[in-house]
Design a protein. Structure first.
Length: 422
């Protein structure tokens, strides 16, 4: 049967030929969109919050991986991804994981967290940040954010340290760097570990150093809402030499299998605690396509960020919103664009207004310290900046295929909302 797709229904067609070395029949992939091409007016009626960037060549690498004879973890594409990060950013050692949550769990194991150890972190974060350390029996001590930005306040950290403090976990919210000089000084003074939850921060820098590389350990996320994606996925950055060998063992279920695969030992066995933290090489093959387009993706997302930032300057001048504060020590990596408004009532009304106009924006993070799960364990301290950001942040649509006309429409709709009589 020969396909005769209409020009009105076909958006993309791609033919991928397999490598001759496989000596298998020709593979032809025809990718056809059955959704009619939308007019510009129709296009504005539904702007999603996120739309994953999936270039068609992704399937080429996934087929090559499938035809290689193995799709288990730590294969050819896993090694290619590791090589990209180690060479591009100068990381000492990295390990792909099935999620950023898994990378954080590995970090907790490597830090030797034991029941009763205290770990300081922001309450304004995703629950995975805390779960990783709770699973080791840690007592989580939540710190407030800065007043001007939803990153952890170093002064709070300094006041919260006790003889039982084992680690500080920082979260670079929206890819904007925390005050790492201050935080590292505090950690060195008290001889405690620093873990960077850099889930938002790939491609971001503090001074001239990549985020994720400053602490003893760092983590990235490749969830579909992030800059570089594999659907689900993560990366552990091992910046301290003492963790290099053990990290690989924990990653491979507590075995020295990776050393065996390199031919360094005759057989492998169970030598430590661990879990199956490594992803399938099929996932790594998808990720590798993204990494090949790293500069293109980052350039596009940073342009979108600055477009939002410039167009929303008059709204900030009018007192309607506040835009993100860019530290002189930090860079923009194009992870997301958020605004803050003056109250939760305004936020909820604005989100509803945007939704009624086809724009899917979202609020961000319910504070962990007052969650139904953790509230009984919290020490009762108020975290006013955390609460304020939770009540006031709105994340605007942000993804690679978002067009300038979409951003213009979103900003105009924001203007229309604030100009309504009240």
């Amino acid at each position: 049967m020969r396909l005769r797709p209409s020009l009105q229904t076909v958006s993309k067609i791609k033919i991928i030929r397999h490598s001759e070395k496989y000596q298998r029949p020709l593979f032809v992939i025809c990718v056809i969109s059955r959704t009619p091409i939308q007019s510009e007016d129709q296009d504005m009626k539904s702007i999603p919050f996120n739309k994953p960037y999936i270039p068609l060549v992704s399937f080429h690498h996934m087929i090559r991986c499938a035809l290689s004879g193995t799709i288990a973890g730590n294969g050819t594409y896993t090694k290619k991804c590791h090589g990209f990060f180690e060479h591009r950013f100068g990381f000492k050692k990295v390990l792909l994981t099935t999620s950023c949550s898994d990378a954080l769990e590995m970090a907790a194991l490597l830090c030797g967290i034991q029941p009763g150890d205290e770990v300081i972190m922001p309450s304004f974060t995703y629950m995975s940040t805390a779960n990783a350390f709770l699973l080791r029996g840690a007592r989580i001590v939540f710190a407030d954010t800065l007043k001007e930005a939803p990153n952890i306040d170093p002064d709070q950290i300094d006041r919260l340290i006790t003889p039982r403090t084992r680690a500080i976990v920082v979260v670079h919210y929206s890819g904007m760097a925390c005050d790492m000089d201050r935080i590292l000084q505090i950690a060195e003074k008290h001889d405690i570990f620093v873990v960077e939850d850099a889930a938002h921060a790939i491609g971001g820098y503090y001074h001239d150093r990549p985020l994720g590389s400053l602490g003893h350990l760092g983590t990235y996320s490749f969830h579909e809402t992030k800059n570089i994606i594999s659907g689900e996925g993560g990366l552990l950055l091992i910046n301290d030499d003492r963790f290099k060998n053990r990290a690989e063992i924990i990653w491979e279920k507590g075995t020295n299998r990776a050393a065996f695969q390199r031919g360094e030992i005759a057989r492998y066995g169970w030598v430590d605690v661990g879990s199956s933290f490594l992803p399938s090489d099929a996932v790594a093959s998808f990720l590798y396509t993204q990494l090949q387009r790293f500069d293109r993706i980052q350039e596009k997302r940073k342009k979108l960020w600055h477009l939002y930032h410039d167009l929303l300057a008059p709204h900030e001048a009018s007192g309607w919103i506040n835009r993100p504060v860019i530290s002189t020590d930090s860079t923009v990596n194009g992870n997301m664009y958020y605004i803050t408004v003056n109250s939760s009532e305004i936020r909820d009304s604005l989100l509803d207004y945007l939704k009624r106009n086809g724009i899917n924006a979202v609020f961000h993070y319910l504070p962990l310290h007052s969650s139904s799960f953790f509230k009984p364990f919290h020490d009762g301290r108020d975290l006013p900046n955390t609460d304020r950001f939770s009540r006031s942040i709105i994340r605007l649509p942000f993804f690679n295929s978002l067009k300038k006309r979409h951003v213009n429409y979103i900003v105009k709709t924001l203007s229309d909302f604030f100009r309504q009589p009240r």
